[in-house]
Structure formats: C-alpha cells, structure tokens
Write a protein that binds this ligand. Structure first.
Ligand SMILES: [Mg+2]
Length: 127
C-alpha cells in the first residue's frame, strides 16, 4: 500500500478539478493504494476557501477551472502555507504553464491524461 506512511497513517490528498469525472479518476487511482482523498474542490476559489479547514499532504491541482484557475489557487495556498506540496495536473504541457507553475513554487507539473502508477510515484517523490 503505497499510500500508507511509515507511521501507519494514510497520505491525505486534496483533489481540485472542475471536472467531476477527473476527480473520480484521481480517487480511483489513489484509494486502492491506501491514499485518502481528504477534500475535493471544483474550482480554485473553492480550494482556497476550503484549504484552512483541511490538512492535506498533497494537493492535485487542475489548471483550467472557472472562477479561479489552478495557478492562482496554488499561489494563494502557497501564501497561506509555503510548504504545501502541490502537483499541477495540466491538460496542456506547454512550457509557459510549466514555467509559470515553477515560478509560483509548485513542486511538479504532470500532463493529463495521467496514469495511476506515475501519479502515485510523483506524489511519493514529494513526500
Ligand atoms: Mg479543468
């Protein structure tokens, strides 16, 4: 069970994506390995509002979302907690987005469609 830490507790993941199907796919990829989806949000603003009430080891963050996109949401969350680990899940792999994400302190950018084993490896690399 890759989602279980050495102390026996589960790795907590917040999943942020405007697509309910994407959120379901992330859940389906992670839960069989013991990860816990501790929170979900459907846009960046929802994520930022929810963030102070939860404790996530990792946030998976979509880029393109209504109201507030993933880049701005990641910046706002990093302002609250600079140590929060965030993986950007981008449908577009262009350098602009990757560089923008890196400049905001986002730890990793992974291009969709994701593969469950690779998403898990990338999460574990940040732990
Ligand atoms: Mg989206």
């Amino acid at each position: 069970m890759k989602g279980i830490k050495d102390d026996g507790s589960a790795i907590q993941v917040m999943s942020v994506d405007d697509s309910a199907i994407s959120r379901k796919m992330i859940k389906k990829a992670l839960e069989p390995e013991g990860f816990v989806i501790c929170a979900e949000a459907g846009n960046g603003k929802e994520a930022v509002d929810l963030y102070p009430k939860i404790k996530a080891d990792i946030i998976t963050m979509d880029v393109t979302m209504p109201i507030m996109d993933g880049l701005d949401a990641a910046s706002a969350i990093k302002k609250i907690n600079p140590n929060q680990k965030i993986i950007m899940l981008s449908a577009m792999g262009d350098d602009d987005i990757i560089n923008d994400a890196k400049s905001r302190g986002i730890e990793d950018v992974y291009c969709k469609p994701f593969k469950a084993p690779e998403l898990i490896d990338r999460i574990l690399k940040l732990m």
